[in-house]
Design a protein around this ligand. Sequence first.
Ligand SMILES: [Fe+2]
Ligand SMILES: [Fe+2]
Length: 131
Amino acid sequence: MREDSRLSLDHAVLDHQHRELAAAADLAHKAHSNGDERMLLQQVEALHEMSAAHFAIEERLMAETDYGDAAVHAEQHREILDQIARCRAQLHAGRFACQSAKLMQFLQEWVASHTLNFDRDLAAHLRARQA
Ligand SMILES: [Fe+2]
Ligand SMILES: [Fe+2]
C-alpha cells in the first residue's frame, strides 16, 4: 500500500479509512492498467462499499457536531458515489467503458482531492470538538 502522508488529517479513524480507500483506488487503477476486467470490477465494488460506509461515518460525525458545511460536503459524497456506481454498472453490463483514462484518474484521485479539501476542514472541526 502506498503511504501518502499528505492524506493525513490527524484524525485516527478518518486517516485509517482514507488510507484503505486510497489503496483500493490504486488496485483498481492497477487492474485497469493490466486490462484485468475481473479484478477491476472487484476493486470498483470494494471501493463503492468502502466509500459508502466511510461517507456515512463522516456524515454522522458532521451531524453529531453541528458541522456548518455538512450539506455541501455530503453532496460531494453523493456525486462521488454516483460516479463509482455508474462505473460499476457499466462493468456489470460487460462494458469495459469505464476504462476511460479520465474515469480511472477520477477513481484514483478523488480520495486525495476530496480528502485534501473537504475532509481537511471537517477534521479540523472534529479536532476542535474532539469528536
Ligand atoms: Fe473522507
Ligand atoms: Fe468527506
